[in-house]
Design a protein around this ligand. Sequence first.
Ligand SMILES: NC(=O)c1ccc[n+]([C@@H]2O[C@H](COP(=O)([O-])OP(=O)(O)OC[C@H]3O[C@@H](n4cnc5c(N)ncnc54)[C@H](O)[C@@H]3O)[C@@H](O)[C@H]2O)c1
Length: 358
Amino acid sequence: MAKKLKVGVIGAGMIANHAHIPGYLSIPDECEIKWLCDIKPDVLKEVGTKYSISNLTADYRDLLNDPEIDAVSVATPNLEHMQMTVDALKAGKHVLCEKPLSMNADQSKAMCRAAKDSGKILQVGLQYRFCGPGLFMKEYIDKGHMGDVYYGRAQALRRRGVPGWGVFTNKEKQGGGPLIDIGVHILDFTLFLMGYPKPVSASGKTWDILGKNPNLTNFMGDFDRDKFTVEDMAVGFIRFEDGQVVTLESSFMANIEQEFFKTTLMGTKSGAEVCPGFSNDPIVIFSERDKQVFNERPVNIPDIKSSHVKEVQEFVATIQEGGKSKVPGEHGLILNAIFDALYKSTETGVEEKIDLSY
Ligand SMILES: NC(=O)c1ccc[n+]([C@@H]2O[C@H](COP(=O)([O-])OP(=O)(O)OC[C@H]3O[C@@H](n4cnc5c(N)ncnc54)[C@H](O)[C@@H]3O)[C@@H](O)[C@H]2O)c1
């Protein structure tokens, strides 16, 4: 039987409470949470008490100095991801770092280098790969039923959905707006299904008009319009090494009727629309047989109650089994490098090259 792991969670906010802590607690025979860290004393005390975590600290280095700790979750704002992850890897800990991997490609490269040098697992918190529709579609595509998928459309569009908590509207701490916050999920999901092709260039455009308008409503809490320094909407056109293209649309605010969290794939044998989030009808496959065309809806999609919990379980299993990360740092780097190119292209007005070397 594999060794029971001791883990620490850095950041005790929303995602720690919804993903990391429940994920570790769901497999008590495999791991135990020994440390919890947060710089807000009240949050630390409340969450530590709720989950009976005995070691509480405001300094994440306390976890890293504990030789018993095997792995840590980094569940802090994006600005903190790089240093904490690099320090943890250097201290010999495996890391599950929340998405986006970091603020930009340079930071993500440093994290990938640290993972390579340490030989430890670096997993990125991109849980939609582990949802039922994701597992179903991955197997369907890997079996060749879609042929070559040459085009993907990734959409994470909210009408009035600026997160009213945390630092999601602060470019300095977050790195960007919907692109880096929710675009990261749907782009990762799309690239995952397409076999993670290597991007070579991207062009794009961002706007920040609606987010700064104090007269508009918001459905996800309140936020200070004067301190809104991220984009409210972004679009991108991304080219890949073998000729595939992905378009990306992502918004916190946009004047649209229907909100989307959806991937559309077009392949040489069939196409598909896949909604990895909360949907009763998450997959439609478009096919043709004997000159008859079909819209098919699979019914035996795996029933994964929480992809958040599943990603943590997969992280622990990967450590125990000694395998490769199921969501490697390199994928987080690819996403950051694409976002860098899209933000730069907004300024230059032309397509930007993508360099993934580290
Ligand atoms: N995977 C997902 O679906 C998903 C969803 C939401 C957020 N996230 C990611 O999770 C991360 C955190 O987001 P959140 O919504 O939980 O934010 P949050 O503000 O609710 O929680 C972050 C916590 O980190 C703490 N913190 C900040 N700096 C710290 C430091 N130096 N040391 C220790 N603690 C520190 C804060 O006090 C806060 O309690 C972000 O990277 C975000 O992108 C992922």
